[in-house]
Design a protein around this ligand. Structure first.
Ligand code: ADP
Length: 421
């Protein structure tokens, strides 16, 4: 196995697995640390999806290390730590502490940190992260329910999370190509830096970065920076390019959308689905907390939806509404109750004939997939940048589209269903 990857959330893992598959690596995604029962033989890359973005830093470190050990046992030669392209984290972590721990695990002296993903509008210039041209702290990420991002300067953000010194390789070096980037990494290392933020504005930049860092034992970033790695590995060794699957068969069955993301993209996608007549049920976190609404309430409603078309269950709400709920219930408590309810609903979906699921939200997807007992996924075709259809590898046969909150065009849900027809 060329590349063993650890992702801090599920949709991020899928996004990375899609990138590696598209670039020609045979890629398997596991949900949680794979046990000996999960067959990883024959994979060029394995992406382990954790749910470690917002847990305590010490737990995130322990979990990431146990994933790294499982990947090493399966033969991983290089490691990749995947986090969100909007660098979702708090001052406590978990990007800094996990990077530190994994760098120690791999025995590397230096690693890079590059969340850029130009295809979804995430670019880095002079160490500042932009989302569709707007600095991170002015983007909708400033209002994220769990990890509000209020500083666009990634060197500063990361330095608050780690005792390792954080350096920067800027646009000028990246634009000049792989040799210049290699020289810049050396310069940063000599200056005492062990984690280096790297600017990237285009896919060409990402491919150059991949080529220059292919020897690093550990790379960290978004899925974008993985773009150049498969080609770099092939140049050095005998990993042949595999054509990505051109066919995707979804199991027959009913279709449902579970939306727990409150991102601006998901808000719009939910609006459009409802405008187009998709029957919808809104989860109310306050009612869930008081017990006046339960998973059973939602399932009763679901039983009345017998049209055969897709249905939508959502807690998606605008920032003001989220804030109000958080003031009443607490930030983490509000998230937790919604996730728990969606997980409980998900658990009874296969028995009700729902085998085609779209889940919106990274944390939400983690909760839903855990509830469904999914262990591993194969990667199917891309719906929108960063979001493929996937199919479960063992257990209940399901087609799953796991969407990071901010990803996808406004008509994402409808487009995704269209691809299954
Ligand atoms: P994204 O991919 O957009 O970050 P996530 O699912 O990772 O979405 O995170 C959204 C978080 O917000 C989840 O913990 C979810 O339970 C919580 N949440 C969802 N709806 C609401 C709501 N109406 N009020 C408060 N929190 C909510």
């Amino acid at each position: 196995m060329k590349l063993g990857c650890i992702a801090d959330d599920l949709t991020g893992a899928t996004d990375l697995a899609l990138m590696l598959a598209r670039e020609g690596l045979r890629t398997v995604q596991t949900i949680g640390v794979p046990g000996p029962d999960v067959d990883l033989s024959g994979a060029d890359a394995v992406v382990v999806a954790l749910k470690s973005r917002t847990i305590a830093a010490t737990e995130a470190v322990a979990l990431s290390l146990s994933a790294a050990e499982a990947l090493r046992r399966a033969g991983a030669q290089h490691y990749f730590f995947k986090y969100c392209s909007t660098f979702d984290s708090t001052d406590e972590g978990n990007i800094g502490p996990v990077t530190e721990a994994l760098l120690g695990f791999t025995g590397g002296n230096v690693t890079l940190a590059c969340p850029a993903f130009p295809a979804t509008g995430r670019t880095i210039y002079k160490g500042y992260l932009f989302v569709n041209g707007v600095p991170l702290h002015e983007s909708s990420m400033k209002d994220h329910p769990l990890t509000p991002m209020r500083d666009a300067n990634l060197v500063r953000v990361l330095q608050r999370q780690t005792k390792l010194s954080v350096g920067l390789v800027t646009f000028e070096d990246v634009e000049a190509g792989p040799d210049a980037i290699r020289a810049a990494f050396e310069r940063e290392q000599k200056a005492g830096h062990q984690i280096v933020i790297v600017d990237a504005l285009t896919d060409r930049h990402l491919r150059s970065i991949g080529a220059s860092a292919a020897d690093f034992p550990l790379i960290t970033g978004g899925s974008g920076v993985a773009m150049g790695l498969p080609a770099a590995y092939r140049a050095g060794e005998s990993v042949s390019r595999k054509a990505p699957a051109d066919r995707f068969d979804a199991p027959g069955g009913r279709e449902i959308i579970l939306a727990g993301s409150c991102s601006s993209a998901t808000n719009r996608q939910v609006e459009i689905a409802m405008e187009r007549g998709v029957p919808a049920f809104r989860l109310d976190p306050t009612a869930l907390a008081s017990g006046t609404m339960t998973a059973a309430t939602v399932l009763d409603w679901l039983s009345t939806q017998e049209t055969g078309g897709p249905v939508l269950i959502y807690s998606t709400a605008k920032p003001e509404a989220v804030q109000e709920v958080q003031q009443q219930l607490g930030r983490m408590e509000a998230g937790e109750i919604v996730e728990r309810t969606l997980a409980e609903i998900a658990r009874s979906l296969p028995a009700r004939g729902f085998t085609r699921l779209i889940v919106a939200g990274g944390e939400t997807s983690g909760a839903v997939v855990n509830a469904l007992g999914v262990r591993a996924l194969t990667i199917g075709p891309e719906i929108d940048p960063g979001v493929p259809w996937t199919r479960t590898l063992a257990g209940t046969d399901l087609a799953l589209a796991l969407k990071s909150g901010n990803f996808g065009a406004p008509d994402f849900f409808l487009k995704a269903w269209g691809m299954l027809r």
